[in-house]
Design a protein around this ligand. Structure first.
Ligand SMILES: *[C@@H]1O[C@H](CO)[C@@H](O)[C@H](O)[C@H]1NC(C)=O
Ligand SMILES: *[C@@H]1O[C@H](CO)[C@@H](O)[C@H](O)[C@H]1NC(C)=O
Length: 325
């Protein structure tokens, strides 16, 4: 489905995984002791100069690279025109409210360095922040690239047009978040649970957008996106589909979710590759709203039974019992 004459596939990324910190067992014992006795450092970012830093990136760069105790970075309200890279583990970014604390950049995807925010390290948390890429509707422009394991987002907003949220690699949890875009705007090969999130399509009436483009490439990969208790809206009837397969084993489930008439009756498409109809896993479980009816869905998608939906609809989907705090 060619859209607006823009590049019609999500961008690939070639950056190697953030380097893993190797710790010998003795040091590990020591750092465990340190964790239990030393609280996380708390620093403040304030554009007026009253905090520890004026720029968010400066606060991240000052956090320990070995991350043993973690750093909580409190960000005062403001529009931060910064491109951010989180390359060390156990960083938490917290805003006052997503509407008042905005991290913004304007750049289409030309390289791995293009997203407004790139999360390369593990154990990241963000609360009450807006992540935005203002490039507009002529090319893919990523607001956030999530390429580290165990990332959690609470009350955050992700705003762009094409390819807004690159949920690329690792296990991720989004709760009470808002994600806006038109084409393939949640995409990549991560394993993610979206819990009570609002996805808003800005695909114009008469065009065809897609909420997701999950990239799972083989049956052995444990990746896929699960949306539970979410809300899907858009600019008019039939402007978008739920998803299309970037990878042949693309896996996406919508459960207990409000789906407005913005979603076309067919629900999904095979991105012009009939073979993918046999390998993708696209399902719906107890959704509601005018766009939720499964009677018109493509025959190769699933109206799930409770037992089939069960693995997708709790935090266990992302092993959350092990790492969500
Ligand atoms: C972590 O890095 C800091 C410097 O950033 C250093 O002082 C500390 O000893 C390191 N801790 C471990 C456990 O390696
Ligand atoms: C973004 O940058 C492009 C040029 O690269 C410019 O044409 C456009 O006006 C900018 N948009 C915003 C919202 O700043």
């Amino acid at each position: 489905m060619p859209l607006y004459g823009v590049v019609n596939s999500p961008c690939r990324s070639h950056r190697a995984a953030a380097s893993t910190v190797v710790v010998v067992s003795l040091a590990l014992l020591c750092s465990c002791f340190v964790i239990s006795s030393m609280p996380s450092a708390v620093v403040t970012v304030d554009q007026s100069g009253k905090g520890d830093h004026r720029r968010i990136q400066d606060a991240i760069d000052a956090a320990p690279a070995n991350g043993s105790a973690g750093t909580i970075i409190r960000i005062k309200p403001g529009v931060y025109r910064e491109k951010i890279v989180v390359d060390r583990p156990y960083v938490t970014l917290t805003g006052t409210s997503a509407s008042s604390t905005v991290i913004t950049w304007n750049e289409s995807w030309v390289s791995d360095e293009s997203p407004t925010v790139s999360l390369l390290a593990s154990d990241f948390v963000a609360k009450r922040l807006t992540f935005q890429n203002t490039f507009g509707n002529t090319a893919p422009a990523v607001a956030v690239r999530v390429a580290g394991d165990r990332a959690a987002f609470y009350g955050c907003r992700f705003v762009s047009f094409q390819d807004t949220l690159l949920d690329e690699r690792g296990r991720h949890y989004y709760r009470g978040c808002y994600v806006q875009g038109a084409t393939d705007f949640i995409f990549g090969n991560g394993r993610a649970l979206f819990d009570k999130c609002h996805l808003h399509s800005t695909s114009p009436v008469g065009a065809g957008g897609a909420f997701t483009a999950q990239q799972r490439s083989s049956e052995s990969e444990d990746t896929g996106y699960s949306f539970v208790g979410c809300k899907l809206t858009g600019l008019g009837a039939g402007t978008a589909i739920l998803g299309r397969p970037w990878g042949p084993y693309s896996r996406v489930v919508f459960a207990l979710t409000y789906i407005s008439s913005t979603v076309r009756p067919q629900g999904w498409d095979d991105w012009g590759d009939l073979a993918k109809q046999r390998t993708v896993f696209y399902g719906q479980y107890q959704c509601y709203g005018d766009g939720s009816k499964t009677s018109g869905r493509v025959a190769w998608s699933h109206d799930l039974m409770q037992a089939e939906a069960a693995p997708f609809i709790t935090k266990a989907w992302v092993d959350g019992q092990q790492w969500l705090r």
